[in-house]
Design a protein around this ligand. Structure first.
Ligand SMILES: Cc1cc2ncn([C@H]3O[C@H](COP(=O)(O)O)[C@@H](O)[C@H]3O)c2cc1C
Ligand SMILES: O=C(O)c1cccnc1
Length: 364
């Protein structure tokens, strides 16, 4: 058995008993029933994940930023040079990026992981090297990754999740850095949802009309080349579903998408919640759900990005985002901002009085 096989075998559904207890407890707290809206659903889901009510507080949080480069950059899908991926890795390590700032705000640790940065990186003991390849190949000319590379990057993400949990993290947050990765994200989202490229492909870092049109054409061409223009018919998690998810990932995905999918699977196998960031994480979560639908039980959608593909991915996954602030940065920034909301949702189950204990008349 490989690490991926072991991890998939370890993922189980949410506990119905713990979820029922959490729902029942929410209804006995000193508030009108349902008054905490989507936060009640988060608390119930985390109880199901822990198999306990109340579930443990999901803190501290740990952000992992998976960095990689993309062969499809050669198709002119972004005005930013590929070197910016490596330069931003250095910025994360120096503590100067928005992700560092938001992590400090919410008390999360930051781990930077090289899964496939093309430009040589400075020596830094804080950088986790899980390098699988110096970037992907151009998806419009052939598969972005070999099947072996896709598996290796998935397993890198699983290892990072395991290590962060071992060091005490009780909530994981996904982060990404990879110039051109919104193009790969759009291709993955089309391939898993069956939607056409023009509905899903966004402007990423803010490309002009001409580049946006080219990006749509590039995504369409890649999907046609790899026979991915219709939604998968295979049942997610079945042997055929797993095969299709792996083939799709290798054909049009990025090394960081693979690693983030593995990170989600690793969290789910350890029954630790994982907050998804933006469109890159949404695309990676589609891969994870194709490999193991039960992994979605560990996922909380941190925010919704204005990238059209992100809305499409979240709708397909049935996940409701907590924050909607038109953030379109990635790095884990939207996921980090959602962490205090997830903590608040769980804290309610620990600390709020019941009608009985507080002597408040229950008109529910
Ligand atoms: C300076 C800078 C910092 C970033 N931090 C995250 N991204 C984000 O933008 C990239 C994806 O957008 P596209 O597909 O249009 O290239 C990813 O690296 C993502 O993490 C950044 C992008 C830039 C330029
Ligand atoms: O919305 C996102 O997640 C996003 C948008 C642009 C670049 N990177 C990420």
């Amino acid at each position: 058995m490989t690490l991926l096989d072991d991890t998939l075998a370890a993922i189980a559904p949410l506990s119905p008993g713990a979820m029922a207890r959490a729902r029942d407890h929410q209804d006995r707290l000193t508030k009108p029933r349902g008054a905490l809206g989507a936060l009640e659903d988060v608390s119930v889901r985390l109880a199901g994940l822990a198999g306990d009510c109340p579930p443990p507080l999901p803190a501290p949080a740990a952000l992992a930023i998976f960095a990689a480069d993309h062969g499809v950059h050669a198709q002119g899908v972004t005005p930013w040079p590929q070197e910016v991926t490596a330069q931003m890795v250095a910025n994360f390590l120096a503590g100067g990026a928005v992700a560092n700032c938001f992590a400090a705000q919410v008390g999360a640790s930051v781990t930077v992981v090289d899964v496939g940065v093309k430009t040589p990186l400075p020596e830094d003991p804080a950088l986790v090297s899980e390098k699988v390849a110096p970037g992907t190949a151009d998806m419009t000319r052939g598969p972005a990754m070999t099947p072996e590379q896709a598996r290796a990057a998935l397993e890198a993400g699983i290892r990072v999740a395991a290590e962060l949990v071992r060091r005490g993290a009780r909530c994981l947050v996904t982060g990404d850095m990879g110039i051109a990765n919104t193009t790969a994200s759009a291709a993955l989202i089309c391939a898993f949802t069956g939607r056409p490229a023009e509905e899903v492909t966004g402007r990423g870092t803010g490309v002009d009309d001409e580049t946006h049109a080219r990006k749509i054409e590039v995504v369409s061409r890649a999907l046609a080349l790899h026979g991915l223009t219709t939604a998968p018919r295979a049942v997610p998690g079945s042997p055929a579903g797993v095969e299709r998810a792996l083939a799709t990932l290798a054909a049009v995905g990025g090394l960081e998408h693979a690693a983030i999918a593995g990170f989600v699977l690793g969290a789910a196998a350890r029954r630790v919640p994982v907050i998804l960031d933006g469109v890159i994480a949404g695309a990676a979560a589609l891969v994870a759900a194709g490999l193991s639908p039960d992994a979605l039980g560990a996922c909380v959608a941190g925010h919704r990005s204005p990238e059209p593909g992100h809305g499409a991915a979240l709708a397909h996954l049935g996940l409701r985002p907590l924050v909607d602030l038109e953030l379109r940065l990635g790095e884990g920034t939207g996921g980090l901002l959602a962490h205090p909301l997830v903590c608040a949702a769980v804290r309610v189950l620990h600390e709020v009085a019941t009608f009985d204990s507080a002597g408040v008349a229950d008109k529910n």
